[in-house]
Design a protein. Structure first.
Length: 215
């Protein structure tokens, strides 16, 4: 069975994970069923989630929870049918039964579509944001960490706001920069951000997403 990316995208617009507030076996189950990275232009929330979960590949076996929650996002099957039956009661049935082909049935269908579209248009769009803990490692203990941080903070992207930071010892006199940032999920690609940080090769050895949580 394949993953219904449209349904998964709608779910992840306001969530960081398939189930709960930390990665679980439900995320692993859905991630493994997606053959390649989703199209970020068509499914931005799924693309963001996919990149985030991919970073945990080595830890998949340690995740708790059940894979059953992920079944709701697979096309067909009993789990998908149960998930569809549990959708919001306010959703409007856009189509009449197949045998209603007369003019009256078409009129009713058109009224339902209009009512559905009007209801959706009336709902204000929520801007999805995430709080990210970002870590940047220097080359060695001689790297000027103040200049490293200044260089990182000089990166500007629409929807990106840098926050508080601190230096964390990692051994042999070397400290890494740990910095908090807030991003608008639809505007900021964390992959793009890491690429920009990697360009600061005078100071930066590597970077990593240590944590991410929806606002």
């Amino acid at each position: 069975m394949s993953v219904d990316l449209a349904k998964l995208n709608a779910h992840l617009i306001t969530r960081s994970y398939v189930e709960g507030y930390t990665p679980s076996q439900a995320d692993v189950h859905v991630y493994k069923a997606i053959s390649s990275a989703p199209d970020a232009s068509a499914y931005p929330a799924v693309a963001r989630w996919y990149t985030h979960i991919k970073s945990y590949t080595a830890e998949f076996d340690s995740f708790s929870g059940s894979s059953k929650a992920g079944e709701a996002f697979f096309g067909g099957g009993a789990a998908a049918k149960e998930a569809a039956a549990g959708d919001d009661d306010d959703e409007v049935d856009l189509f009449g039964s197949d045998d209603e082909e007369d003019a009256e049935a078409e009129r009713i269908k058109a009224e339902r579509v209009a009512a559905y579209n009007a209801k959706k248009a009336a709902k204000p769009k929520t801007v999805a944001k995430s709080v990210v803990t970002f870590e940047v490692k220097p080359w060695d203990d001689e790297t000027d960490m103040q200049k490293l941080e200044e260089a990182v903070r000089s990166i500007e992207m629409d929807g990106l706001v840098w926050g508080a930071s601190k230096l964390v010892p990692i051994g042999y006199g070397i400290r890494k920069l740990q910095i908090t940032l807030v991003v608008e999920d639809e505007l900021v690609s964390l992959d793009d951000l890491q690429e920009k940080v990697a360009e600061l090769e005078e100071y930066v050895q590597s970077s990593d997403i240590a944590a991410m949580q929806k606002l």
